[in-house]
Write a protein that binds this ligand. Structure first.
Ligand SMILES: *[C@@H]1O[C@H](CO)[C@@H](O)[C@H](O)[C@H]1NC(C)=O
Ligand SMILES: *[C@@H]1O[C@H](CO)[C@@H](O)[C@H](O)[C@H]1NC(C)=O
Length: 422
């Protein structure tokens, strides 16, 4: 539009007055004959794709089983919400739930599968609602990306048009989520075309940040500069977390008083994603102590012995399958906003009172982080500042917990400011 007006001005000047062209007539002419200035171009709205973390979307199950772990468990059931229905997480129902959600590792194929007779699927591809609220009953327990989605709506966004969700089977690590990466590329290209060719913003949380990193590492620079506007990462578990070591040692109660860590451990340790989230060797030194007993230390370089003594070599096998993802820490090469909480006690190592670690519950030695992810992992994005050609901004939010960052007013204000820039 601008260019055309310019050409028109020159054309008219030449015709009206060859002698005085261009200056005296250009000015007069502008007053008399210029059409009104064109309206400013429609602000482009960058479509947003939410990429959730571990446990951050729904999983449906269908049952047709021969055996169950408890007489109250159903053997057959049509599709229902397996993850997450809080009501299934009480004793004795939780034993049925664990049997339906756990995975089995096949050392020959190096992949995992469900309990025989359990089929699972991840519903709602592209739909933000499955990551806004993980519990379909919309109980407050499952609130996830909803505050950010509501903020985007205030900015003129619409669900499913330019607010999208990219759920995946978070139990599995990237090596078993190949289809997710293929589908994600298609979702990005679709969102771009359906929104006036506006490049996409990823808003990612926790494990969703390194999932998105792996996706971006695999795309060409040309593709990224066309389709990706930026990534806003919240509490990214860039380099894993000691919390994953804790999960293999004693389970995790998911910060809910109603859940029992030692029971949940039975399914959590079967997830390859738990092994992928073990501390990265790029950010933990080989000599660092992960766990100590009265007679010895287990250092980072002795993780294999740790799994041996826990009597869970499957954990070590899954670690080997996923280590290559931790070892590639090349930058995403897109504009990155790396927000994280800081200053909260976070497990740093385990301390056992007995040598028999397979049958002892350790004490937790605390360090600093966001309560779930260690500070060095949250901050790992700063490491790219020196050698990424794209802009990297980091924001540490003191005292903001791993989940609370999704509703924290400072984080939301930051997102609003960034998203107002087309
Ligand atoms: C694309 O832009 C045009 C005008 O520039 C606008 O009217 C339309 O609503 C936009 N479409 C989308 C999907 O944003
Ligand atoms: C374990 O490591 C700590 C340092 O973190 C060290 O002080 C201690 O002596 C080590 N214990 C053994 C038994 O090697």
């Amino acid at each position: 539009m601008r260019l055309q007006t310019g050409l028109l001005v020159i054309f008219l000047c030449v015709n009206f007055s060859q002698a005085f062209w261009p200056w005296p007539f250009t000015k007069t002419h502008k007053h008399k004959h210029d059409p009104p200035p064109p309206p400013p171009p429609e602000p482009k709205i960058s479509p947003v794709i939410f990429v959730p973390g571990d446990g951050g979307c729904q999983i449906d199950a269908r049952l047709n089983k021969n055996d169950t772990p408890h007489y109250i468990c159903e053997k057959t059931h049509d599709w229902y919400t397996l993850w997450l229905d809080i009501e299934e997480l009480v004793i004795p129902m939780v034993y049925c739930w664990i049997d339906n959600v756990k995975l089995y590792y096949d050392k020959a194929t190096r992949t995992t599968h469900n309990t025989p007779g359990v089929e699972t699927r991840v519903p709602g591809w592209g739909n933000p609602e499955v990551v806004e609220n993980i519990a379909p009953s919309k109980s407050s327990a499952g609130v996830y990306f909803s505050a950010i989605a509501n903020l985007l709506i205030e900015l003129g966004y619409e669900r499913k048009k330019n607010i999208l969700g990219a759920p995946y089977d978070f139990r599995k690590a990237p090596n078993e989520n190949k289809q997710f990466f293929i589908d994600l590329k298609e979702l990005v290209e679709d969102a771009y075309e359906r929104n006036n060719q506006s490049a996409v913003t990823f808003i990612t949380h926790s494990m969703g940040s390194p999932m998105t990193l792996i996706f971006l590492q695999e795309q060409s620079a040309d593709w990224k500069s066309k389709y990706i506007r930026r990534q806003i990462s919240l509490a990214g578990a860039w380099a894993g977390s000691m919390k994953a070591v804790k999960v293999f040692a004693m389970g995790d109660d998911l910060d809910s008083i109603a859940l029992i860590a030692s029971i949940l451990k039975q399914e959590q340790i079967t997830h390859p994603s738990s092994a992928w989230l073990l501390p990265s060797p790029l950010f933990w030194k080989p000599s660092e102590v992960l766990a100590s007993t009265p007679s010895r230390n287990y250092t980072m370089s002795q993780m294999k012995e740790f799994f041996q003594d826990l009597d869970y070599m499957t954990g070590w096998e899954m670690r080997k399958d996923t280590l290559r993802y931790s070892e590639n820490f090349s930058p995403p090469e897109v504009e990155l906003h790396c927000l994280y909480g800081d200053g909260i006690p976070t497990v740093e190592s385990l301390q056992y009172k007995k040598d028999d670690i397979a049958n002892t519950t350790p004490n937790l030695v605390m360090g600093i982080g966001d309560g779930t992810v260690n500070q060095r992992s949250l901050r790992a994005c700063q490491h790219w500042s020196g050698y990424s050609s794209s802009e990297i901004n980091t924001l540490a939010l003191q005292g903001v917990d791993h989940m609370k960052i999704l509703t924290n007013s400072d984080a939301l204000r930051y997102i609003r400011t960034v998203m107002k820039q087309p």
